[in-house]
Ligand binder design. Structure first.
Ligand SMILES: *Cc1c(COP(=O)(O)O)cnc(C)c1O
Length: 422
């Protein structure tokens, strides 16, 4: 592998202090810089090797340097990478066809991120409300507490966690929140909000809450929810930005719940780490017409070719089977770890290769403590809130790598416990 250089390779002379002089401090970064990757392995600028169970936050579906993705992206950037949506983009059409043929949706709009995909969904909901449902003025979107939908103004408002909204008020009007997996709360909210020209137009949920603590949706809840939406003319919208594209062990998260959404958003893993977002919907609510929504970069040839390769590779290499088997293996190992220390760990949960290990609320140890210790041992993990460790490796992770990660995690936990007792 040859490395692209700027004036000199910036990774070689990397200095965090220098970096912080110029880049806004909007992230609590760990003090390492990653230089190189291959499969599920990463190396930092000092040459230390890591097993990657973060995958760019559930994004590098095929791991790092996957030959199929390298080939597609190299070839596409040589022939054409961007032209705008002023013209037809054949790669976009091909990707759309694949996604439609492999999902419950009929049409797709492309953008560049999860937040943008959700923004598109929110605009679609509002336009559908005004033009089809004929609401007088005020459609309300119900979302869940502990949800995460992105960082734009509309999507922090949709996100049912005050910490993301604080200091950014006034928030967007037209949102209300309910506890997740609680059907009574939905029924009450629909009744409470139904008043004059104000009523619930859509319910937007993650099939499994990712950032909010790796909390899977309950089948019974979602079956009831689908029925309630049908009976009340309410759109059911699934944010599959994190759980979609094979991560749950099925291609789409909704397949785990036995219901189909009317609108569906995707982003993180869709192009394996090349930026892309997508909002998909059924034909009956396909109301966005020319001039009503757009994105300069959305669905460019590079991103679409990458996504098509990711999806075809998932299909051709039976990756969903690997996700199911490796997920089962990981949860078995995590349960064994949790059972060894039941006062420290309270739950193991997840689908496919999105899994969480929950730390007891009462204990002083936090997810960050274990993430840091695991990093020392050479395992990268991400927290999902202060008390949940999140495991989202590339979907190509091997049996051996799962075992190795679990071994490294055990060592890290033992060290954290030893340090805490002293
Ligand atoms: C990450 C995430 C988003 C936001 O995606 P961005 O690409 O960071 O804008 C939205 N919804 C869910 C469920 C996510 O996990």
């Amino acid at each position: 592998m040859t490395h692209t250089t700027l004036t000199e390779n910036p990774a070689k002379s990397f200095d965090p202090q220098h970096f912080d002089n110029y880049v806004m401090h909007t992230y609590g970064r760990f003090p390492i810089a990653i230089d190189r990757g291959e499969g599920c392995r990463l190396w930092d600028t000092k040459g230390k090797e890591y097993l990657d169970f973060v995958a760019g936050i559930a994004t590098c579906t095929l791991g790092h340097g996957h030959p199929a993705l390298v080939k597609t992206v190299s070839e596409q950037i040589q022939s054409l990478h961007h032209v705008s949506n002023l013209y037809y983009i054949p790669q976009q059409g091909e990707l759309a066809q694949w996604m439609i043929e492999h999902s419950c949706a009929d049409k797709v709009f492309f953008c560049n991120s999860g937040a943008e995909a959700n923004e598109a969904a929110i605009k679609l909901i509002r336009k559908y409300s005004h033009t089809v449902l004929d609401f007088l003025e005020q459609p309300v979107i119900l979302t869940a507490k502990a949800s995460f939908h992105g960082r734009t103004l509309a999507t922090i408002t949709a996100t049912g966690q005050p910490k993301y909204q604080q200091d950014f008020e006034p928030l967007m009007p037209g949102f209300a929140y309910v506890p997740y997996n609680d059907i009574k709360a939905i029924e009450h909210a629909i009744a409470d909000i139904d008043e004059g020209n104000r009523r619930v137009a859509a319910i937007m949920l993650e099939p499994l809450q990712g950032e909010g603590g790796v909390r899977p949706g309950e089948i019974e809840y979602f079956l009831r929810l689908r029925k309630i939406c049908d009976e009340n003319n309410i759109l059911l919208v699934f944010d599959e930005v994190q759980v979609g594209v094979g991560r749950s062990g099925k291609l789409w998260g909704y397949e785990n719940l036995g219901v189909e959404p009317d609108v569906l958003t995707s982003a993180k893993g869709l192009a394996g780490g090349i930026p892309i977002g997508a909002m998909m919907c059924k034909e009956f609510c396909n109301v966005l017409t020319p001039g009503t929504h757009a994105s300069t970069f959305g669905g460019n040839p590079l991103a679409c070719a990458a996504a098509l390769t990711v999806l075809k590779t998932i299909e051709e290499e039976n990756i969903l089977q690997n996700v199911q088997a490796r997920g089962e293996q990981l949860r078995t190992r995590l349960r064994a770890i949790a059972q060894k220390d039941p006062t420290l760990f309270t739950d193991v949960r997840g689908w496919g290769l999105i899994n969480g290990l929950e730390i007891n609320e009462e204990m002083s140890i936090t997810s960050i403590d274990i993430v840091k210790a695991a990093m020392e041992e050479g395992l990268l993990l991400a927290p999902a809130g202060p008390k949940v460790l999140r495991f989202v490796p590339p979907l190509i992770v091997t049996e051996e790598e799962i075992n190795q990660a679990a071994d490294l995690l055990e060592t890290a936990i033992n060290k954290v416990c030893a340090a805490t007792v002293n």
